[in-house]
Design a protein around this ligand. Structure first.
Ligand code: NAP
Ligand code: HSE
Length: 424
């Protein structure tokens, strides 16, 4: 009998108990023998009466119990989760965590502790909930040189953008719905501002590109500035607006970022709606691959946690260890804003002869060529005009917008979004 200790018994911890009970025979066959959740750490035992597990409020009851060989950390937050995991790993226990914050911020420390303890660290559930992307990147795709990872890894923002696109909702209305459905956190800032996606991208990129990428290496922009008009205009032009988590390697340099972008409607990620997540990647041997599924929720996340528990149990019973830290190389980051890509710009302009020529000149002065100009609607006395560009770096677009902001004929920059996922 292998004993498991849970740190946390909230949404995910309770899901782990339920799925283990539901599929116990199958899970134990895969794990090579019986498993038992021996104890769970909580803050307030009164909230958990009736749950089929012994409760404790003392972390030591889990961390220092020599009979507990697998510690499942599902409490969340950086501290004390990080310290508890370090202690468990140092004591030679296998650790399974769903905690993207701790893995993204303290991954190297946690892996070093696993090395010292000759123990395993698993974190499948930390990115994209039930989608087995960590295992795929670490093992199934190990024979590939990965060149691009493009993900929709935050369910809340994907739900909001889907509602804005499919149901015509405005941002605030769609956010309120996401909160009512329980997708968004009580404080949805990390979701809406892209920080949750940036942590998940840091974890994915560290594995895919074999260099330690931390959240602070991921320039991050959220979706609060996306309006119903941008979504509508993008759709008319053949694009969907998605919050993308992107990492791409070119000539040994890594570009990483989280930002809302236009994706061609035929791109597989454009069909990922509601709170679903997906990761699209490119490897030199496998070509394009996409992983799709539920990025959150008690049972999808428990599915990932228990898959890791099976691996941990097999290693404890039969020997062997998980693939350890894959950050073998120093990180070489691409200079910010230098990648050529196409752009979408929505400008509010005076509606009189010669204004478009002034705008075209400001772009032309930066070597930015326009492919599409569409006058959309009047905003009071001013005209709303949408521009798509040929390939241009962000730096060039910034410079053009700087020049445009000085023109009396330019009322405002309505929005500027990058276009990603186009071929050729
Ligand atoms: P949750 O519902 O808030 O549950 C957290 C649990 O941890 C609660 O049982 C809480 O105890 C316990 N806890 C928290 N801090 C503690 C402390 N200092 N000492 C003792 N116990 C403590 O959280 P969750 O949604 O299950 O998420 C857990 C982890 O999974 C997080 O890292 C999250 O990012 C990750 N994750 C969640 C999902 C999801 O769908 N929810 C998906 C993927 C990953 P009390 O019950 O007594 O308050
Ligand atoms: N708040 C996260 C999301 C939950 O919306 O995707 C899963 O990490």
């Amino acid at each position: 009998m292998l004993k498991i200790g849970l740190l946390g018994l909230g949404t995910v911890g309770t899901g782990v108990l339920e799925v283990l009970e539901q599929n116990r025979a199958k899970i134990e066959r895969r794990a090579g023998g019986p498993l038992r959740v021996a104890r769970a750490l909580v803050r307030d035992p009164a909230r958990h009466s009736g749950k089929p597990v012994e409760l404790t409020t003392r972390a030591a009851d889990v961390l220092e119990d020599p009979d507990i060989q697998i510690v499942v950390e599902v409490m969340g937050g950086l501290e004390p989760a990080r310290s508890y995991m370090l202690e468990a790993l140092g004591r030679g226990k296998a650790v399974v965590t769903a905690n993207k914050e701790a893995v993204a911020e303290a991954g190297s420390e946690l892996f070093a502790a696993a090395e010292r303890g000759r123990s395993d660290l698993f974190f499948e559930a930390s990115v994209a909930g039930g989608i087995p992307i960590i295992h795929a990147l670490k093992e199934s795709l190990a024979a590939n040189r990965i060149t691009e990872v493009l993900g929709i890894v935050n369910g809340t923002t994907n739900y909001i953008l889907s509602q804005m696109s499919l149901k015509g909702r405005e941002f605030a209305e769609a956010l309120a719905e996401a909160q009512a459905k329980g997708y968004a956190e009580a404080d949805p800032t990390a979701d809406v501002e892209g920080h949750d996606a940036a942590r998940k991208l840091a974890i994915l990129a560290s594995i895919a590109f074999e260099a330690r990428v931390k959240p602070e290496h991921v320039p991050t922009q959220g979706i609060a500035g996306i309006t119903q008009r941008d979504i509508r205009y993008a759709r008319e032009l053949g694009y969907a607006v998605k919050l993308l988590a992107l990492a791409r390697e070119e000539e040994g340099e890594l570009e990483a970022g989280v930002y809302p972008a236009l994706l061609p409607s035929e791109h597989p990620l454009s069909a990922v709606h509601d709170a679903f997540n997906a990761i699209f990647l490119r490897g030199d041997a496998c070509g394009e691959a996409m992983f799709y599924g539920r990025g959150a929720g008690a049972h999808p996340t428990a599915s990932a946690v228990l898959g890791d528990v099976v691996d941990a149990a097999r290693h404890l019973r039969m020997g062997g260890r998980a693939v350890a830290c894959t950050c073998y190389h120093p990180l070489h980051r691409k200079a910010r804003g230098t990648t050529p890509r196409r752009h979408y710009l929505r400008l509010i302009l005076e509606d009189r002869p010669g204004v478009l020529a002034q705008v075209a000149r400001a772009f032309g002065d930066q070597g930015v060529s326009l492919t599409t100009v569409l006058q959309k609607a009047m905003v009071g006395e001013l005209a709303e005009v949408v521009f798509l560009t040929h390939l241009a770096s962000d730096v060039r677009i910034e410079a053009a917008l700087g020049a445009l902001s000085k023109l009396a004929s330019v009322g405002a920059v309505g929005n500027w979004l990058r276009i990603e996922g186009e071929r050729g």
